[in-house]
Design a protein around this ligand. Structure first.
Ligand SMILES: Nc1ncnc2c1ncn2[C@@H]1O[C@H](COP(=O)(O)OP(=O)(O)OP(=O)(O)O)[C@@H](O)[C@H]1O
Length: 283
Protein backbone atom coordinates (compact mmCIF):
# COMPACT_ATOMS: atom_id res chain seq x y z
CA UNK A 1 0.00 0.00 0.00
CA UNK A 2 2.67 2.49 0.99
CA UNK A 3 4.59 1.73 -2.24
CA UNK A 4 1.47 2.37 -4.26
CA UNK A 5 0.89 5.65 -2.46
CA UNK A 6 4.51 6.70 -3.00
CA UNK A 7 4.26 5.93 -6.73
CA UNK A 8 1.08 7.93 -7.10
CA UNK A 9 2.58 10.88 -5.22
CA UNK A 10 5.71 10.81 -7.39
CA UNK A 11 3.77 10.71 -10.64
CA UNK A 12 1.48 13.52 -9.47
CA UNK A 13 4.35 15.80 -8.47
CA UNK A 14 6.17 15.18 -11.79
CA UNK A 15 3.13 16.37 -13.69
CA UNK A 16 2.26 19.65 -12.00
CA UNK A 17 -0.39 20.56 -14.62
CA UNK A 18 -2.48 17.62 -13.50
CA UNK A 19 -1.92 18.05 -9.77
CA UNK A 20 -5.35 19.44 -8.96
CA UNK A 21 -7.14 16.98 -11.19
CA UNK A 22 -5.28 13.98 -9.73
CA UNK A 23 -5.92 15.08 -6.15
CA UNK A 24 -9.63 15.71 -6.68
CA UNK A 25 -10.00 12.37 -8.53
CA UNK A 26 -8.50 10.57 -5.54
CA UNK A 27 -10.77 12.31 -3.06
CA UNK A 28 -14.06 12.50 -4.93
CA UNK A 29 -14.38 9.39 -7.06
CA UNK A 30 -15.58 6.13 -5.57
CA UNK A 31 -12.93 3.43 -5.64
CA UNK A 32 -15.49 0.87 -6.86
CA UNK A 33 -18.58 1.38 -8.98
CA UNK A 34 -20.99 -1.41 -9.91
CA UNK A 35 -23.47 -0.47 -12.64
CA UNK A 36 -26.60 -2.46 -13.56
CA UNK A 37 -24.95 -5.77 -12.79
CA UNK A 38 -26.85 -8.87 -13.83
CA UNK A 39 -25.95 -12.52 -13.42
CA UNK A 40 -28.19 -15.41 -14.43
CA UNK A 41 -27.71 -19.11 -13.79
CA UNK A 42 -30.07 -20.78 -16.28
CA UNK A 43 -33.49 -19.49 -15.25
CA UNK A 44 -32.31 -18.08 -11.92
CA UNK A 45 -31.54 -14.38 -11.84
CA UNK A 46 -29.06 -14.19 -8.97
CA UNK A 47 -28.15 -10.53 -9.52
CA UNK A 48 -30.78 -8.38 -11.16
CA UNK A 49 -29.54 -4.93 -12.12
CA UNK A 50 -27.56 -4.09 -8.97
CA UNK A 51 -25.87 -0.67 -8.90
CA UNK A 52 -23.84 0.82 -6.07
CA UNK A 53 -20.52 2.44 -5.31
CA UNK A 54 -17.96 2.22 -2.54
CA UNK A 55 -16.16 5.29 -1.24
CA UNK A 56 -12.40 5.22 -1.11
CA UNK A 57 -11.08 4.59 2.39
CA UNK A 58 -14.44 3.47 3.80
CA UNK A 59 -15.65 0.36 5.56
CA UNK A 60 -18.82 -0.45 3.64
CA UNK A 61 -21.21 -3.31 4.45
CA UNK A 62 -23.12 -5.38 1.89
CA UNK A 63 -26.06 -7.06 3.56
CA UNK A 64 -29.29 -8.80 2.63
CA UNK A 65 -31.28 -11.92 3.46
CA UNK A 66 -30.16 -15.37 2.33
CA UNK A 67 -30.18 -15.66 -1.47
CA UNK A 68 -30.22 -11.87 -2.00
CA UNK A 69 -27.26 -12.13 -4.40
CA UNK A 70 -24.40 -10.86 -2.23
CA UNK A 71 -21.91 -13.66 -2.94
CA UNK A 72 -22.75 -13.67 -6.64
CA UNK A 73 -22.16 -9.91 -6.73
CA UNK A 74 -18.79 -10.43 -4.99
CA UNK A 75 -17.96 -13.12 -7.53
CA UNK A 76 -18.89 -10.90 -10.48
CA UNK A 77 -16.80 -8.02 -9.14
CA UNK A 78 -13.72 -10.17 -8.52
CA UNK A 79 -13.82 -12.12 -11.78
CA UNK A 80 -14.97 -15.49 -10.41
CA UNK A 81 -18.14 -15.10 -12.53
CA UNK A 82 -18.61 -13.09 -15.71
CA UNK A 83 -21.76 -10.98 -15.42
CA UNK A 84 -24.36 -11.25 -18.19
CA UNK A 85 -24.92 -7.50 -18.11
CA UNK A 86 -23.47 -4.43 -16.44
CA UNK A 87 -20.11 -2.91 -15.63
CA UNK A 88 -17.62 -2.97 -12.80
CA UNK A 89 -15.24 -0.02 -12.52
CA UNK A 90 -12.33 -0.14 -10.10
CA UNK A 91 -10.16 2.90 -9.48
CA UNK A 92 -11.38 4.52 -12.70
CA UNK A 93 -10.80 1.49 -14.95
CA UNK A 94 -13.37 -0.97 -16.19
CA UNK A 95 -12.56 -4.48 -14.95
CA UNK A 96 -15.75 -6.28 -16.06
CA UNK A 97 -15.04 -9.85 -17.09
CA UNK A 98 -11.34 -9.78 -16.22
CA UNK A 99 -9.69 -12.83 -14.62
CA UNK A 100 -9.42 -12.91 -10.80
CA UNK A 101 -5.61 -12.66 -10.89
CA UNK A 102 -5.78 -9.61 -13.20
CA UNK A 103 -8.19 -7.92 -10.82
CA UNK A 104 -6.03 -8.83 -7.81
CA UNK A 105 -3.01 -7.38 -9.60
CA UNK A 106 -4.91 -4.12 -10.00
CA UNK A 107 -5.31 -3.97 -6.21
CA UNK A 108 -8.74 -5.48 -5.54
CA UNK A 109 -8.60 -8.72 -3.54
CA UNK A 110 -11.16 -10.79 -1.73
CA UNK A 111 -11.32 -13.34 1.01
CA UNK A 112 -13.80 -16.20 0.98
CA UNK A 113 -16.60 -17.27 3.30
CA UNK A 114 -14.55 -20.40 3.92
CA UNK A 115 -10.87 -19.56 4.21
CA UNK A 116 -8.81 -20.97 1.34
CA UNK A 117 -5.38 -21.43 2.83
CA UNK A 118 -3.37 -24.51 1.86
CA UNK A 119 -3.80 -26.83 4.87
CA UNK A 120 -0.67 -28.93 4.40
CA UNK A 121 1.63 -25.94 4.28
CA UNK A 122 2.84 -23.91 7.20
CA UNK A 123 1.47 -20.47 7.95
CA UNK A 124 4.68 -18.85 6.68
CA UNK A 125 4.65 -20.93 3.48
CA UNK A 126 1.07 -19.87 2.89
CA UNK A 127 2.12 -16.26 3.29
CA UNK A 128 5.01 -16.68 0.85
CA UNK A 129 2.67 -18.01 -1.84
CA UNK A 130 0.34 -15.05 -1.74
CA UNK A 131 2.18 -12.07 -3.29
CA UNK A 132 1.58 -10.90 -6.82
CA UNK A 133 4.17 -10.38 -9.55
CA UNK A 134 6.79 -12.68 -8.08
CA UNK A 135 9.84 -12.83 -10.33
CA UNK A 136 10.15 -16.56 -9.71
CA UNK A 137 6.78 -17.21 -11.32
CA UNK A 138 8.32 -16.61 -14.71
CA UNK A 139 10.34 -19.77 -15.36
CA UNK A 140 12.46 -18.55 -18.25
CA UNK A 141 13.57 -15.56 -16.24
CA UNK A 142 14.41 -17.68 -13.22
CA UNK A 143 17.14 -19.60 -15.10
CA UNK A 144 19.03 -16.45 -16.06
CA UNK A 145 21.81 -15.65 -13.51
CA UNK A 146 20.88 -11.96 -13.26
CA UNK A 147 17.27 -12.78 -12.40
CA UNK A 148 18.27 -15.56 -10.00
CA UNK A 149 19.96 -12.87 -7.87
CA UNK A 150 16.85 -10.73 -8.07
CA UNK A 151 14.72 -13.71 -7.05
CA UNK A 152 16.77 -14.39 -3.93
CA UNK A 153 16.57 -10.73 -2.98
CA UNK A 154 12.84 -10.64 -3.63
CA UNK A 155 12.26 -13.78 -1.58
CA UNK A 156 14.08 -12.21 1.36
CA UNK A 157 11.92 -9.11 1.07
CA UNK A 158 8.77 -11.20 0.88
CA UNK A 159 9.81 -13.23 3.92
CA UNK A 160 10.42 -10.05 5.87
CA UNK A 161 7.07 -8.62 4.77
CA UNK A 162 5.35 -11.91 5.66
CA UNK A 163 6.82 -11.81 9.18
CA UNK A 164 5.75 -8.20 9.63
CA UNK A 165 2.23 -9.10 8.55
CA UNK A 166 2.10 -12.11 10.89
CA UNK A 167 3.31 -9.90 13.75
CA UNK A 168 0.67 -7.28 12.91
CA UNK A 169 -2.04 -9.94 13.16
CA UNK A 170 -0.35 -11.47 16.22
CA UNK A 171 -0.05 -14.92 14.65
CA UNK A 172 3.74 -14.87 14.18
CA UNK A 173 4.05 -17.52 16.91
CA UNK A 174 2.14 -19.83 14.51
CA UNK A 175 4.48 -19.26 11.55
CA UNK A 176 5.79 -22.85 11.49
CA UNK A 177 2.42 -24.42 12.31
CA UNK A 178 0.57 -26.29 9.57
CA UNK A 179 -2.42 -24.22 8.47
CA UNK A 180 -4.75 -27.19 9.01
CA UNK A 181 -4.03 -26.98 12.76
CA UNK A 182 -5.29 -23.39 13.11
CA UNK A 183 -8.64 -22.52 14.67
CA UNK A 184 -11.40 -20.98 12.51
CA UNK A 185 -10.55 -17.50 13.75
CA UNK A 186 -6.82 -17.93 13.23
CA UNK A 187 -7.55 -19.03 9.65
CA UNK A 188 -9.50 -15.84 9.05
CA UNK A 189 -6.55 -13.80 10.35
CA UNK A 190 -4.21 -15.76 8.08
CA UNK A 191 -6.48 -15.20 5.11
CA UNK A 192 -6.57 -11.47 5.74
CA UNK A 193 -2.79 -11.44 6.19
CA UNK A 194 -2.38 -13.32 2.89
CA UNK A 195 -4.70 -10.91 1.11
CA UNK A 196 -2.64 -7.97 2.37
CA UNK A 197 0.58 -9.62 1.24
CA UNK A 198 -0.57 -8.86 -2.34
CA UNK A 199 -0.47 -5.12 -1.49
CA UNK A 200 -4.07 -4.36 -2.46
CA UNK A 201 -5.91 -1.05 -2.25
CA UNK A 202 -9.28 -2.58 -1.50
CA UNK A 203 -10.32 -5.76 0.30
CA UNK A 204 -13.63 -7.54 -0.10
CA UNK A 205 -14.34 -9.79 2.86
CA UNK A 206 -16.99 -12.51 2.60
CA UNK A 207 -18.33 -13.24 6.08
CA UNK A 208 -15.06 -12.51 7.88
CA UNK A 209 -16.60 -13.18 11.32
CA UNK A 210 -18.18 -16.57 10.56
CA UNK A 211 -16.80 -19.18 12.94
CA UNK A 212 -14.65 -16.65 14.80
CA UNK A 213 -14.77 -16.53 18.60
CA UNK A 214 -15.57 -13.16 20.27
CA UNK A 215 -11.98 -12.46 21.32
CA UNK A 216 -10.62 -12.99 17.82
CA UNK A 217 -13.58 -11.16 16.32
CA UNK A 218 -12.68 -8.13 18.40
CA UNK A 219 -9.07 -8.40 17.26
CA UNK A 220 -10.04 -8.83 13.61
CA UNK A 221 -12.23 -5.72 13.77
CA UNK A 222 -9.46 -3.72 15.42
CA UNK A 223 -7.13 -4.70 12.60
CA UNK A 224 -9.70 -3.74 9.97
CA UNK A 225 -10.09 -0.28 11.54
CA UNK A 226 -6.33 0.12 11.83
CA UNK A 227 -5.91 -0.79 8.16
CA UNK A 228 -8.66 1.60 7.17
CA UNK A 229 -6.75 4.35 8.99
CA UNK A 230 -3.81 3.47 6.75
CA UNK A 231 -5.97 4.07 3.66
CA UNK A 232 -7.35 0.66 2.75
CA UNK A 233 -10.96 0.33 1.61
CA UNK A 234 -13.20 -2.53 2.81
CA UNK A 235 -16.40 -4.00 1.42
CA UNK A 236 -17.76 -6.56 3.85
CA UNK A 237 -20.53 -9.16 3.47
CA UNK A 238 -21.54 -10.18 6.97
CA UNK A 239 -24.64 -11.71 8.52
CA UNK A 240 -23.82 -10.46 12.02
CA UNK A 241 -25.81 -7.21 12.13
CA UNK A 242 -23.99 -5.89 15.21
CA UNK A 243 -20.72 -6.11 13.32
CA UNK A 244 -22.21 -4.22 10.34
CA UNK A 245 -24.04 -1.59 12.39
CA UNK A 246 -21.12 -0.83 14.70
CA UNK A 247 -18.30 -0.81 12.18
CA UNK A 248 -19.51 0.34 8.74
CA UNK A 249 -19.98 3.96 7.69
CA UNK A 250 -22.19 2.94 4.79
CA UNK A 251 -24.39 -0.06 4.23
CA UNK A 252 -25.77 -1.39 0.94
CA UNK A 253 -28.83 -3.61 1.30
CA UNK A 254 -29.52 -6.20 -1.40
CA UNK A 255 -32.80 -8.00 -1.90
CA UNK A 256 -33.75 -10.34 -4.74
CA UNK A 257 -30.64 -9.48 -6.72
CA UNK A 258 -31.02 -5.69 -6.62
CA UNK A 259 -30.08 -2.88 -4.25
CA UNK A 260 -32.99 -2.11 -1.95
CA UNK A 261 -31.38 0.69 0.05
CA UNK A 262 -28.07 2.39 0.68
CA UNK A 263 -27.13 4.67 3.57
CA UNK A 264 -25.65 4.98 7.02
CA UNK A 265 -26.44 2.16 9.48
CA UNK A 266 -28.97 4.47 11.22
CA UNK A 267 -30.68 5.27 7.91
CA UNK A 268 -31.09 1.71 6.69
CA UNK A 269 -32.17 0.52 10.13
CA UNK A 270 -35.27 2.74 9.91
CA UNK A 271 -36.25 1.70 6.38
CA UNK A 272 -39.50 -0.30 6.53
CA UNK A 273 -38.72 -2.10 3.27
CA UNK A 274 -35.41 -3.28 4.65
CA UNK A 275 -37.10 -4.60 7.79
CA UNK A 276 -39.70 -6.38 5.64
CA UNK A 277 -37.00 -7.89 3.45
CA UNK A 278 -35.66 -9.55 6.58
CA UNK A 279 -39.08 -11.23 7.03
CA UNK A 280 -40.34 -8.52 9.31
CA UNK A 281 -37.56 -9.19 11.79
CA UNK A 282 -35.73 -6.45 13.63
CA UNK A 283 -32.32 -5.54 12.31
N1 LIG B 1 -23.63 -21.31 -9.15
C1 LIG B 1 -24.94 -21.13 -9.04
N2 LIG B 1 -25.81 -21.84 -9.79
C2 LIG B 1 -27.14 -21.67 -9.68
N3 LIG B 1 -27.71 -20.81 -8.82
C3 LIG B 1 -26.90 -20.08 -8.04
C4 LIG B 1 -25.49 -20.21 -8.11
N4 LIG B 1 -24.94 -19.35 -7.20
C5 LIG B 1 -25.97 -18.73 -6.61
N5 LIG B 1 -27.13 -19.16 -7.10
C6 LIG B 1 -28.48 -18.70 -6.72
O1 LIG B 1 -28.49 -17.29 -6.85
C7 LIG B 1 -29.22 -16.69 -5.79
C8 LIG B 1 -28.32 -15.71 -5.04
O2 LIG B 1 -27.34 -16.48 -4.33
P1 LIG B 1 -26.13 -15.82 -3.52
O3 LIG B 1 -25.33 -16.94 -2.97
O4 LIG B 1 -25.45 -14.81 -4.37
O5 LIG B 1 -26.92 -15.07 -2.37
P2 LIG B 1 -26.35 -14.53 -0.97
O6 LIG B 1 -27.03 -13.23 -0.74
O7 LIG B 1 -24.88 -14.52 -0.98
O8 LIG B 1 -26.91 -15.62 0.03
P3 LIG B 1 -26.30 -16.12 1.44
O9 LIG B 1 -26.42 -14.96 2.38
O10 LIG B 1 -27.22 -17.24 1.83
O11 LIG B 1 -24.89 -16.54 1.22
C9 LIG B 1 -29.75 -17.82 -4.92
O12 LIG B 1 -31.05 -18.12 -5.36
C10 LIG B 1 -28.82 -18.97 -5.24
O13 LIG B 1 -29.44 -20.21 -5.09
Amino acid sequence: MSDVETDVTEVASEDSENDTETASHAVDSPILAVENLEKRFGGIVAVDGASFSVERGSITGLIGPNGAGKSTTFNCITGVHTPNEGRVVFDGDEITGQQPHQIANRGLVRTFQIARELPEMTVLENMMLAPKNQIGESLWRSVLPHFRGEMVEQEEQLREQAWEMLEFFEIDHLAEEYAENLSGGQRKLLELARALQTEPEMLMLDEPMAGVNPTLEHKLLEHIHELREQGYTFLIVEHDMDVIMNNCERVIVMHQGAVLDEGTPAEIKDNEQVIEAYLGGEI
